[in-house]
Structure formats: C-alpha cells, structure tokens
Design a protein around this ligand. Structure first.
Ligand code: GDP
Ligand code: MG
Length: 445
C-alpha cells in the first residue's frame, strides 16, 4: 500500500530540493503533482483539493520562500499536513469502565470477527480479562468462527441462546460481563453486504441496550473511496468513536486511509495487516506520514522488534557485532529472533528508503527468497558441532562435506553460509553510515 503515492511524492520532492530558491511557479507545479499523486492513490477528490490548497498557502509565505533550503521546508510542510490529514495525534480505545465495552460494526467481510479476536489477544497480553460476544446470529458459521478465534487467543466467548434476539443477547452479555468482573467485553455484531435500514435499526437498538463506550467501525481498505460513504452512514446512524482499517497488507492504493478521517472526523485507531491474530497495529498518523514520504516507519519497526526480541540478547549481540566477535552460534540465534518478527514482507513496508519503492510482487519474491535462505542456514548451523560454530574460519573442506551431508544440503550451500557470515563482519560499517544518515535527516525537522 502507498507504494505508488510514495514514489510519486518522493520524485516531486527530489526535484524541489534541487532548487536553491523557489518561485511561486515551482511550488504550484509540485503541488499539482502532489494532487495528481493523491488522486491516483484513490484519495477523495475534495480531500486532495483541500490538502493541496492548504499546503500551497502555507508554502507561499515568507518563511518558506525566503529560507535557504525552501525545498526541504516544503517537504516538512507536506509531512505536517499529511499527519493532520491522517488524524493528528494518536487516539486509543477508551478502556475505562467495569467492564470497558467495545462494539464492532461493519459490512460483511470487512474483518470484524478477525479484528475482534486480534483486539482480545492484544488486551489479554496487557493483563486484562476479555469476554468476546458472538452477536452475528444470522450466519451460524460466524458464531463458530469467533469461538475458534477465542480458543486460539485463549479468552472466553459467549454466543446466542435459542430464540434470543441480538439486543437480548447484548443485554445478557453485558450483565454477565459485569457480574463475572471482566475487564473488557467485545461485541462482534453482524454485517450486511450493504448498509440498509434493517441493519441500522438493529445496531441502534443494540447500542442502546449495551451502551458501549467504544463504537468501532471496521473498514476494508481495499474498498477505497466507498469506505468514506460507509463510514459516514454508520457515523450518522449509530455514532462512531473510532475506526479500524483492515487489509493494509493488500494491494489497495491507500485512498481510504488518507480520506476517511478527513471526511468523517473519526479517528483511525488501529490497522490490520494480515490474517494472523498478531497482525494488528495501533495507528500513528505521524509515523504513517513519514512512511508515505519515504522516511520509513523506523519507530514502529523498532517497537515491533523490541516486543519480540529479548533486549539483553540484542545488546549482547550488538556488542559482539561491533567488536567483530560474532560466531555461528550467535548467527543462529539471530536467525531465530528474526523469525519471531513474522513474515519479512511485512517488515519491508516499515523500512526507510528503497524498500518502499518496490512493487508488492518484488517484495514478496525477495522476502520468500530470504526466508528460504534463513531456513537453509539454520539447518546447516544445526548440523555443526559446537566447536565448528565457535570457529567458523577453521571449517575445512572435509568438515564442510560432512556438514552438508548431515543436513541434506549441498556443499555449495555450506560455502555460501560461511561466505555470508564473513560479510556480516563488515556490517559494523553499515551501521555507522545509517546513523550518519539519520543525523542528517534530523537537521531538517
Ligand atoms: P467479518 O465478516 O467482518 O466478520 O470479516 P472476517 O473477520 O470474517 O474477515 C473476512 C476475511 O478477511 C477473512 O478471511 C479474514 O482472514 C480476512 N482479514 C481480516 N482482516 C484482515 C487483514 O488485516 N488482512 C488480511 N490480509 N486479511 C484480513
Ligand atoms: Mg464476522
């Protein structure tokens, strides 16, 4: 997502940065390009028009035009306005109340049930007792689906009893959650293929019966501009406190994410980036803005890594790396840590620079090639003796042959691993370079 928009904007800004002094024409020309890029990303045309107008006004002022690095200031202004467009400050769920309550709404297939499971897992991990309530009584498979997800994430779930209507179920569930002292109750309601009066009536009634503090609309990013209409309808009918945008891992152009807050005024709380229960991230407008502008979402990347990687281990590794003391034992442990971060193609999206500019197919190809390679390396190291792992430079030909036979890989594979490991010693230099680049970037913010 955002790949095309991102590369179009970056190209525009590259041209801009080249000018020593900006003219009104330079600014206007680049803003026209920004507007085109937004429209191509399926951003609502009013949103695109207003956005460009605001940035342009902002940039025509003395401060920008008279500065020594006007191009850079324009980029900064675009980033600020983009952040505002996406919602400004990060907003979270309101988890106060005994219990806190969340009503999930949306069209069929938008990802309500999946996101309910994801939220349950997230809050369970933060030490809360979560109750899931299966309220989609029209589709029997939907109740079962939530039961399975609840089993997977390890939290309680209740569903409809024979003859119970949705509001009756809601009322019973709310009472049960209060009496049994749950911290959070999540209602997974039923959807429709389109918004209709019956659905609206049902949701209104449900909302009155259960009084949920969080009324959340789940939107599939792939439906693009249509998401804006859906969100307006739900907002006007039931009242929304926030949005969850799903399927950001797909090839949607991103228009939904960029328009929906501006049009509806509802904050995007979370985004879904996959089918697994871990694939849900809090939404930070500032990070998303820098990701779109190609600065990479370094903060999210680091946070994700921190959550999954043992910090002490990481520090130990860093020290070894800088002193050039890594051995294959460490390399193996690194491969295993990497695996915890999940599919590599997800990580690409968070990285700064060139990774963003690749198309999805290329990213997937690279990701699966590296995953295969890591698997290969893992199996090879596992068939080495402890002495060999500690002394990679001393692994001679006959040892290489034995290792290859031991893990059913080729002799060349063992060579490749040892070569790759050797190259890692040179990585310390790369880190220094990256640090320098970051410092350079900071100067402009
Ligand atoms: P509901 O009808 O709104 O309850 O939708 P579901 O939760 O059943 O989801 C519909 C389909 O979308 C399922 O196959 C989910 O696995 C899938 N899905 C949900 N969220 C995401 C996401 O963020 N990314 C991807 N790739 N698939 C998702
Ligand atoms: Mg469902």
């Amino acid at each position: 997502m955002f790949e095309n928009l991102s590369s179009a904007l970056q190209k525009t800004f590259k041209d801009l940065r080249g000018y020593g002094k900006l003219t009104e024409k330079n600014v206007k020309d680049s803003m026209r390009e920004v507007r085109m890029a937004l429209l191509e990303a399926d951003v609502n045309f009013k949103v695109a028009r207003d956005f460009v107008k605001k940035v342009q006004e902002d940039c025509m002022g003395e401060e920008v035009m008279g500065s020594i690095t006007p191009g850079q200031l324009v980029v900064k202004r675009v980033q600020d306005h983009l952040e505002e467009l996406l919602g400004g400050a990060h907003k979270d769920f309101d988890l106060t109340g005994n219990p806190a309550s969340v009503m999930m709404m949306g069209l069929h297939g938008s990802g309500k049930t999946t996101s309910s499971g994801k939220l349950a897992l997230r809050w369970k991990k933060s030490g809360r007792r979560v109750l899931l309530v299966a309220c989609d009584i029209r589709r029997p498979a939907a109740v079962e689906q939530l039961m399975i997800l609840a089993g997977q994430v390890g939290c309680d779930v209740i569903g409809p009893e024979p003859g119970e209507t949705v509001p009756m179920l809601g009322k019973r569930a709310a009472e049960h959650a209060r009496n049994a002292k749950y911290d959070v109750v999540i209602y997974d309601t039923g959807g429709r293929f389109q918004v209709d009066d019956e659905l609206v009536q049902e949701l209104k009634e449900f909302s009155e019966f259960t009084q949920p503090k969080n009324r959340v609309l789940v939107l599939d990013a792939a439906i693009g501009q249509e998401s804006v209409n859906v969100a307006e309808t739900f907002r006007d009918a039931v009242g929304l406190t926030g949005l969850i945008l799903t399927k950001l891992d797909g090839d949607a152009r991103g228009g939904a994410a960029l328009s929906v807050h501006a049009v509806t005024g509802c904050p995007i709380l979370m985004t879904g980036s996959g089918e697994k229960m871990e694939d849900l991230e809090p939404f930070y407008p500032d990070r998303m803005a820098s990701r779109i502008l190609g600065m990479g979402d370094v903060v999210s990347f680091v946070e994700k890594a921190q959550g999954l990687i043992d910090e002490k281990e990481a520090l130990r590794m860093q020290e070894k790396l800088s002193k050039n003391q890594m051995d294959l034992e460490d390399f193996l442990s690194q491969i295993q840590q990497m695996k915890k971060l999940g599919p590599m193609s997800n990580l690409f999206d968070m990285m700064p620079g060139d990774a963003m500019k690749m198309d999805q197919k290329k990213k997937d190809a690279i990701a699966s090639a590296s995953e295969l390679e890591m698997k290969k390396f893992e199996s090879i190291i596992q068939s080495m003796t402890p002495w060999e792992r500690r002394n990679p430079k001393k692994i001679d030909r006959s040892r290489r042959l034995r290792i290859a036979a031991g893990c059913g890989r080729k002799f060349q594979d063992v060579n490749q691993l040892l070569k790759r490991f050797d190259q890692m010693g040179k990585m310390g230099k790369q880190f220094k370079k990256m640090e320098k680049r970051l410092r350079h970037l900071k100067k402009f913010t």
